[in-house]
Design a protein around this ligand. Sequence first.
Ligand code: SAM
Length: 248
Amino acid sequence: MFDAVAPRYDLTNTVLALGRDRSWRAATVAAVGAAAGESVLDLAAGTGTSTVPLGVQGARVVGCDLSLGMLRAGRRRRPGLRLVAGDALALPFADGAFDAVTISFGLRNTTDPVAALAEIARVTRPGGRLVVCEFSAPSWPPFRRLYLGYLLGALPALSRLASSDPAAYDYLAESIRAWPDREHLAATIRGAGFATVAWRDLTGGIVVLHRAVRSGGVAGRDADGGADHTTTTRPPAPAGLTDTMATS
Ligand SMILES: C[S@@+](CC[C@H](N)C(=O)[O-])C[C@H]1O[C@@H](n2cnc3c(N)ncnc32)[C@H](O)[C@@H]1O
């Protein structure tokens, strides 16, 4: 499916997200907080749009994706970017290889998100960070109704104008509706071997950012590069992560 949407993926994304995708990506990069010299995996990287900004502070970044079509489109556009083919369910990386792993709009697309999270945990070093950026449904009922109306009505119409494979976007609407709520996803992340799981709504909950720390390490930097904290208390809120943040 992603091979078919690859040629116009980035443009379609921006159109369907009504331009909000830039702010979602900026929030994800801030949550990862990749420092110079750190090793960072952007899983389900697609064309590398989510990968590039992770490296601006000097981190060593690699994007990994299952779709050769998406990777080819990414390589054409960003020849200097390190993009590798790989399956989230059987990653081609050693145990504990990364200081941070992030996945944007990709976990929902894997055939087995629980298995993918277990693989992510395997390649994240103890004490390393995980940031999951994923579509969700707004919690506030009136906005939720409006958004679900957009998903089922306007989004398919817009995708017919913008996408190289509009039918793929019918799947997008359905998969967002079927995606687990924030608490369930947090519990699944915790079950995969992460602690200090926190989440934050973006754009009223159209997108939710989950972050966590790989269990087994010494408490140190959290997923936002904030101060030390234990895994049982609410982490200090860094800039931009304030009252809508919940922890589990
Ligand atoms: C919606 S795109 C997101 C791309 C990019 N992260 C972004 O934010 O623009 C979802 C990506 O997940 C990839 N994907 C789906 N299943 C995968 C798997 N099992 N392993 C790796 N990538 C996968 C698809 O090929 C696709 O490129």
